[in-house]
Design a protein around this ligand. Structure first.
Ligand SMILES: [Zn+2]
Length: 132
C-alpha cells in the first residue's frame, strides 16, 4: 500500500511471511491515513453517529506517518475479524512490531505499528517542517 515507510514495509513483509509459514493468512485493510481522514475517523462516535473507533486525533496516529497498519484474517477467501489473534500478536512482537492488542486502555487487535525509537511529537515536528 502507498504511503508506508519503507523500513516499516519490510518489517510487514517479514511479518506476513512468518504468519503464512504458520498457516495464517492476513490482508492489510488500512495502512497510511492522512491527517484529514484521521480527523473524520475521530469524529465517529463523538460528533458523528456510531461507536468510537479510534482514540487518536489527526496527527496523533502512527497511521498518519505511514508507520501503522491494520489487518484482517483471510478465511475461505473472505476477510474475517475472527482468527488466531494470539499468534498474530506473538509474531508481531517477534518481528519488532508493537501490537495494538497489548494496549491496556484501548486494545486494537488488528493494529500493528513501528515507532523506530521516535515519538509522535517528533513526527509532528518533522511533518510541519516538510510542509513549510
Ligand atoms: Zn490501526
Amino acid at each position: 500500500m502507498n504511503g508506508l515507510d519503507p523500513d516499516f514495509r519490510r518489517r510487514l513483509d517479514a511479518f506476513e511471511e512468518s504468519l503464512r509459514r504458520r498457516g495464517v493468512q492476513v490482508r492489510m485493510v488500512c495502512g497510511y491515513r492522512s491527517v484529514e481522514e484521521q480527523e473524520r475517523l475521530y469524529a465517529v462516535g463523538r460528533t458523528m453517529a456510531g461507536s468510537v473507533v479510534t482514540k487518536a486525533r489527526g496527527g496523533f496516529s502512527w497511521h498518519n506517518y505511514g508507520l501503522a497498519a491494520d489487518y484482517a484474517f483471510v478465511v475461505d477467501g473472505k476477510l474475517s475479524w475472527e482468527g488466531p489473534w494470539r499468534t498474530f500478536g506473538l509474531v508481531a512482537r517477534t518481528c519488532g512490531l508493537e501490537w495494538g492488542g497489548d494496549w491496556k486502555r484501548f486494545p486494537d487487535r488488528p493494529h500493528v505499528q513501528w515507532r523506530g525509537g521516535r515519538t509522535i511529537a517528533q513526527m509532528q515536528r518533522l511533518a510541519k517542517k516538510q510542509a513549510e
